[in-house]
Design a protein around this ligand. Structure first.
Ligand code: SF4
Ligand code: SF4
Ligand code: SF4
Length: 249
């Protein structure tokens, strides 16, 4: 069986998730032994319009991005969204809390009206095209990335956790950040990272996005128990959970 051809594309992002892939070092060679990279701007100069698997890093933030990602989708048999910018819109969706004219002025000042600086409310990749698989996180967990690629090559369905970070956090024996008076998004955030943030003394800021069916009532009870409000929780949700709609209208 011929090896699947893989192309990696970047949109609006810091390219930190691709860096996580490069950081696989020796394990990257194992991954490359089962796929054929045909386009990857960060690592090679070749380009191709023929690929089986397209990996998209970054958010969709301009009308031309929408057209580009649609063309990629047409060519790819499988499309993977890589990292929070792609899976949820990530930190780029903070922009959606403002009007686009205001955003342009804040960023570009007197040049804000120049046509090449056009921008639109941020979208995740799945808000524009069908996404087959998501590698969550900001940045991604590179072990999860290799797991997903291996599954696809072997024709298996990767299993991505759909339970909250609290499960992994408790398994690591951490004292809950709420006991320190902090607000942690672990109860509503998708696990799979092995809770590195609470394990290192930080609250979870929700980079892997919400579980499919977050237990809002349980989260509310936690807030009540520790004397926090829903507004406190919402303020923490802004970083990785900003809204899809922009505020121009
Ligand atoms: S998800 Fe985070 S690390 Fe990955 S590209 Fe976006 S901002 Fe960078
Ligand atoms: S709320 Fe945060 S710190 Fe507490 S158990 Fe859940 S993930 Fe861990
Ligand atoms: S603990 Fe939360 S913020 Fe930290 S990596 Fe996991 S999902 Fe992201």
């Amino acid at each position: 069986m011929s090896k699947p051809r893989v192309a990696i594309f970047d949109f609006a992002c810091c390219e930190g998730c691709q860096l996580q892939v490069v950081n696989l070092e020796e394990e990257l060679l194992d991954v490359l032994s089962v796929v054929t990279p045909v386009e990857w701007r960060e690592a090679m100069s070749e380009q191709s319009e023929e690929y089986d698997i397209a990996i998209i890093e970054g958010s969709i933030t301009r009308p031309e991005d929408e057209e580009r990602v649609k063309k990629i989708r047409e060519r790819a048999k499988i499309l993977i969204a890589l990292g929070a910018c792609a899976t949820t819109g990530g930190v780029n969706k903070l922009k959606n809390n403002f009007g686009m004219d205001e955003v342009r002025t804040i960023v570009y000042g007197k040049d804000a009206a120049m046509p090449h600086l056009n921008t639109m409310p941020t979208k995740s990749v799945a808000e524009v095209v069908k996404v087959d698989y998501m590698v969550h996180g900001c940045p991604i967990n590179n072990k999860e990335f290799t797991y997903i690629v291996r599954c696809l090559v072997m024709g298996k369905q990767p299993v991505i956790p759909n339970y909250p970070v609290c499960v992994e956090c408790k398994m690591r024996g951490n004292v809950c950040r709420y006991e320190y008076g902090e607000i942690c998004l672990g109860p509503v955030t998708r696990a799979g990272c092995n809770a590195p943030c609470p394990s290192a003394g930080f609250w979870c800021f929700g980079c892997r996005g919400y579980v499919d069916d977050p237990n809002v009532q349980a989260a509310r009870e936690v807030m009540d128990k520790y004397g926090k409000t829903v507004e406190d929780l919402k303020s923490r949700l802004l970083l990785f959970g900003s809204k899809q709609e922009h505020t121009d209208e």
